[in-house]
Design a protein around this ligand. Structure first.
Ligand code: F0G
Length: 466
């Protein structure tokens, strides 16, 4: 058995940092929260953050920066063109990815928008292990089609396997042959696989995907938001990597990439930022021209000089293996405690989040009554914890008769911000989730009383079903 599955006997994982600056959190009572819920129509996105005790809505842009990052911000060079901070950022990203042309953007989706405006369009297809929603949206907005190739085990929430984020390489190749390589401007690979449960991709799978791409003359791009978490999983789980420094694993991962999009709001441990990195000079020129129209001059691309400093520093800190051990282990700890208590989670724990399996959590609530939303509401009502439904509220569609076409899974994501919460916060989350699970029989479904035609989960209004 793999060491991570016996890890429960290890010593307490301590946070690999001391706390220098703190931000108070606001305590509320159940009664107050019930009133807040009514006012927000039971939608977590409509709650002011001040009314939340532990905010697990996302791990994106919610990290705590280090003293060195804050110090770097004071060093930020705010020159419009050619700022010193840009060159430090460019050097760091180049060193990390080995890619030639480094284009800063204000966040991940801005890099996606630029990339797919250039290579997308009607009749084109973009494969991926699993597209994140903004990637899919940017591809579809260009007129192209976004296609997912998860593996069989990656689709099953109960299977415990090491690399459930992998690409179905056979499926990918069949697809390439069927639609024709000329209609596939590039292939993407998302590490870790967020839509598939924060699950990692193995080096072997990246290598095999690259081989298929090379055979058909298709460039491979990494969606690298959580590259360091993925690399740490490779170190822990893949044969031959136990003694390889994470830094070198990252280098190898990127050695198979012809380009990359990155949301720095994840593994660069900053609150805002991203980049597009490319090897193709002609593509880089087009991207820079578009960047000037949409984001800014190529040496700042929608960011302040101080943001570029913080990203450069964060990209160094994220490779610290004590940090990565604490990061991956604390998420795993949350997952282990919940499963031991009988709470159904997507297995195994992901790198940045635990996903509760709401279909099993509330087996008596039909998908038309959004069991995930019911769990989300209860976690907030009981303990002030904000989570997010990733199920039929987020991905559900309607058929011609107006009947719900449900999502493949009904999940509730507990995403863990980087370096923000301590183990006692996590222990508290465990207690609240277990208590909510014990109350499963009294929890009811929800109906949507108002919704937008697109991305409805952000603004939908709900009411409990009596
Ligand atoms: N790709 C992946 C895999 C992501 O998880 C995200 C963002 C993006 C791209 C887009 O980056 O937000 O900087 O524009 N994920 C966040 C989340 C929002 O909550 O999982 P962005």
């Amino acid at each position: 058995m793999h060491p991570r599955r016996t890890a429960i006997n290890m010593k307490t994982i301590i946070e690999p940092f001391k706390i220098k600056s703190i931000e108070p959190i606001n305590f509320t009572t159940e009664r107050e929260r019930e009133a807040y819920l009514r006012r927000a129509f039971y939608n977590m996105f409509l709650l002011p953050a001040e009314e939340v005790l532990i905010d697990l809505l996302t791990d994106s842009g919610t990290s705590a920066m280090s003293a060195r990052q804050w110090a770097g911000m004071m060093e930020g060079d705010e020159a419009y063109a050619g700022a010193k901070s840009f060159f430090r950022f460019e050097h760091k990203v180049r060193q990390l990815t080995g890619l030639r042309y480094i284009i800063p953007t204000h966040q991940g989706r801005a890099a996606e928008k630029i990339l797919f405006t250039i290579v997308g369009g009607k009749g084109k297809y973009i494969p991926n292990n699993s597209h994140f929603d903004t990637t899919r949206a940017n591809i579809e907005f260009s007129g192209a089609e976004a296609v997912d190739f998860p593996t069989q085990e990656g689709r099953d929430p109960d299977v415990i396997a090491d690399f459930k984020g992998n690409m179905d390489v056979t499926g990918l190749e069949e697809f390439i042959v069927r639609v024709g390589a000329t209609n596939i401007p590039l292939c993407m690979m998302t590490v870790t696989n967020n839509s598939g449960g924060g699950q990692p991709v193995s080096m072997q799978n990246i290598r095999e995907t690259k081989a298929v791409c090379t055979k058909h003359g298709i460039p491979l791009f990494l969606d690298a938001c959580r590259f360091a978490e993925n690399a740490y999983f490779i170190k822990k789980r893949e044969k031959g990597y136990a003694d390889v420094p994470v830094k070198d694993i990252v280098k190898e991962m990127f050695s198979y990439a012809d380009g990359s999009t990155m949301s720095a709001k994840k593994d660069a441990i900053v609150n805002m930022g991203g980049f597009l990195a490319l090897n193709d000079e002609a593509l880089a020129t087009q991207a820079r021209n578009l960047l000037i129209v949409t984001e800014g001059f190529p040496t700042y691309g929608g960011l302040a000089g101080r943001d570029l400093e913080a990203i450069a520093q964060g990209l160094e800190e994220v490779l610290d293996e004590h940090y990565l051990h604490y990061r991956i282990r604390s998420v795993e700890y949350l997952g282990e405690r919940l499963s031991t208590a009988g709470v159904p989670i997507l297995q195994p724990p992901g790198g940045h989040a635990i996903y509760l399996n709401a279909k099993k959590f509330l087996p008596h609530v039909p998908v038309e009554e959004y069991p995930g939303q019911s769990v989300v509401v209860e976690l907030y009502r009981l303990g002030g914890i904000r989570s997010v439904e990733i199920g039929s509220v987020m991905f559900g569609k309607y058929d011609q008769q107006g009947k719900l076409i449900p999502a493949r899974m009904e999940l509730v994501r507990l995403a863990i911000p980087r370096r923000v919460y301590t183990q006692s916060h996590i222990d508290y989350v465990i207690e609240v989730v277990i208590e909510a699970h014990q109350r499963q029989n009294v929890l009811k479904g929800y109906r949507i009383i108002e919704e937008a035609p697109m991305l409805r989960h952000f603004t939908a209004k709900f009411e409990p079903i009596a």
